[in-house]
Each structure stands twice: as structure tokens, then as C-alpha cells.
Design a protein around this ligand. Sequence first.
Ligand SMILES: [Zn+2]
Length: 194
Amino acid sequence: MRLNYEWEKTLIVSPHGDDAILGATEFITTDCDYRPTNVLIIADKYSDQKLDTLPLIDITRRIEEKIQEMVSDKSQLLILIPPHEDRNEDHRVVHRACLPAVRPYRHLYISTILEYSIIGSTMSEWRPNYFMNISKADIDLKEKLMLKNYPKEMGYPRDRKSLETFYRYWGLEVTPDYEFYEFVVPYKILFMKG
Ligand SMILES: [Zn+2]
């Protein structure tokens, strides 16, 4: 599958700050040069509170407000959300909160919805269907961003060796369908306008 629809702005819904950096760096670093990109970090506003103790509707409203703000000029959006097949309850809560938030905008202003994976947390039941190849330099950048912003989160399975192993695994997984790429980041297309 390929992303075949042009979008004008990117929104990454990130349960915690590090999730978007780990899972969707490609959309933060490459894309934002020519497309406005917003990362909405859900847990920031609630400090240490577990997200599953909050009413889901509160989180849904925050996401919906962000979408509303971004499409107020009728821009087409690409939205990245965490998958439901994840060991972390906060990630699952945010996934569930995203679904009703995107619904009203889906056919007018949302061109694509993608799920991104969170290393060490997303489960093997999750089946991606869209793959981006990355270079060693891209992994360097991911690592640098993580070390700078979330140094405490950087141990196993988020150390350099694990990151390379993870992206190499997906590189091997997609080889039959793609040209050979050493490092591949998996995504799952949930919705794409034809
Ligand atoms: Zn997280």
C-alpha cells in the first residue's frame, strides 16, 4: 500500500511525549519542513494521573478541539494515532479516544489515518500495512531526540541496539514486497481517502 492522497497538515496524537518521537519521527522531522505538523501530547496536561482514570470523553474532546483548530482553514489532515494492540493502558485509552474524535471530520477534512508503533509496547498482534524505509542517520536522529528530551526512557528496549534490531526486523519482513531496505518503520493505514 502507498499513501496516495495529498495532505496539507499532520497531527500526531501522542499519549506521552516520547511515543511520537519513537513511533513517528519520520513525520516530525522530514515532513514538517513543508507541512505544518502538530504533536498533541495527551498525558502532559494531566501530569502523573493515569489516563484510564479520566473520562474518555475529556480526551476525545481535546483531540477533537485540536482537529477543529487545524482544519479551520479547510486543510486536509493526516492523523497518526497509537494502536490498540498495545501493552500500555494509556496508549489503548488514547487509541479509543481518537476514534470518536476523528469521525465527524473523516470525510471532509481527514485524508489519512495511520497507526504508528511504539517500540517495547506495541504487541505482535498489530499488523502494519505501510512501511517507510529509514537510514542509519534517521535512527541517529531518533536516538538523539530521545536522549535530549526523554533520557530516562532510553534503556532497554529503547537503546540503540534495540532500535536497530526492531527496524531491521521490519526490513526483513517486507523484503518480498519491497526492494531491500535495511531499516524499515512499520505503520498501519486505518483510513485513506480514495
Ligand atoms: Zn507512552
